[in-house]
Design a protein around this ligand. Structure first.
Ligand SMILES: *Cc1c(COP(=O)(O)O)cnc(C)c1O
Length: 365
């Protein structure tokens, strides 16, 4: 079966450097929040042109700690979309706030900003736009509306490392930008990890305390915090890959362009809006015959995955929010029609052509 992503292939290309780095970490006997974490934080700070970057244990924690540090909690409402990974809403609930969902744009699958103002109430405290599949959300509109209503903005950049809009990298627009280093993400570790980028020193100070049991060190605890630190082994792996992230993203874009060239006459292909730099965390097509396409691909040995088959408002775990079928029709239709195809920097062009051929034959046949 042709896989969705081939992490081993990438590992083999950088194996020597990775093993050297891991050996160095092991020899250093400094395993948590050490000099490699600091080096990665500095690199990511410069890359995003922000004042602060803070390593944490996961993308979910990055979102949770950012919301907490911004003072969001019980009684507050936080706006996001129902078409994202579950963790976006989990983080809002962990903070004690109520997730308020609004529907998405049918072409980018990102938050539909034209619906935003209607959902703002006196309890609304923040917006969590998600840069889904690697395409930046409409941050100009989000930031304008947030400024007009005094709302905080926490960007979910778990799928968008390196993406930008009008020359500004995702994560650099809002009060905080939250990244995940889960192995399959564009910048992936060999385990869990996350990073928060931001500009406000006071907020950074609070987040640094929250990630380490409410302490700046010296066994003085100023508040209740969490154990949410990035470890040296993952930071070391990430340093090796971070050097190559622009090249990895460039290769993803080349693969995406080839898919689009071969498929745009027969299915709906992803778009790239004016000013946007898409990093194709996923290459996601849409078509009403999605299930048939997926079955044909499977029969021809090609993997594909539906991100996401059940929008969040129809998830059992979120029944208590009181939504039903029909609440968010654009997200629901996307859930019925989308299909993500194999996508990773090292993907062979022959495999793209083969998958595209299968799709052509099944829709024409
Ligand atoms: C992966 C992901 C997360 C969570 O990141 P973890 O590092 O797995 O906790 C959050 N939001 C989105 C959109 C994601 O894709």
């Amino acid at each position: 079966m042709k896989p969705m992503i081939d992490l081993k292939r990438q590992y083999l290309e950088i194996k020597e450097e990775i093993l050297f780095m891991i050996d160095e970490v092991l020899e250093s006997s400094q395993y948590v929040l050490g000099k490699r974490v600091s080096e990665l934080e500095q690199g990511i700070r410069e890359y995003h042109r922000v004042k602060e970057a803070i390593g944490v244990a996961s993308g979910t924690d990055a979102l949770h700690l950012s919301l907490k540090a911004l003072g969001i909690g019980e009684g507050d409402e936080v706006i996001t979309t129902p078409f994202t990974f579950f963790a976006t809403v989990e983080a809002i609930l962990y903070a004690g706030a109520k997730p308020v969902l609004i529907d998405i744009e049918p072409d980018t699958y990102n938050i539909d900003v034209s619906r935003l103002e209607k959902k703002i109430t006196k309890n609304t405290k923040a917006i969590v736009p998600v840069h889904l599949f690697g395409h930046p959300a409409d941050m100009k509109a989000v930031m304008d509306i947030a400024a007009g209503s005094g709302l905080k903005v926490v960007e979910d950049c778990a799928q968008s490392f390196g993406a930008s809009l009008d020359g500004i990298k995702t994560g650099g627009f809002g009060d905080a930008g939250c990244f995940s280093f889960y192995p399959s993400k564009n910048l992936g570790a060999y385990g869990d990890g996350g990073m928060i980028v931001l500009n406000e020193p006071q907020l950074a100070d609070t987040i640094k305390k929250l990630r380490n049991h409410g302490s700046r060190g010296g066994y003085r605890h100023e508040c209740l915090g969490y154990n949410s630190r990035l470890d040296e082994m993952q930071a070391g792996v990430l340093l090796v890959k971070f050097k190559r992230i622009d090249e990895y993203n460039r290769k993803r874009r080349e693969k995406a362009a080839l898919y689009t060239r071969l498929l745009s006459d027969i299915v709906t292909c992803p778009i790239e809006k004016d000013g946007a730099y898409h990093v194709y965390h996923q290459y996601t097509i849409r078509n009403p015959q999605r299930d048939f396409i997926q079955q044909q691909l499977r029969e021809h040995g090609v993997s594909s995955v539906v991100y996401y088959p059940i929008p969040l408002h129809l998830q059992e775990a979120l029944n208590f929010l009181g939504h039903r079928e029909g609440s968010f029709p654009v997200a629901e239709q996307a859930a019925r029609e989308v299909l993500s195809l194999p996508m990773y920097p090292e993907l062979d062009e022959a495999d793209i052509k083969y998958a595209s051929d299968v799709i052509h034959r099944c829709l024409k046949g």
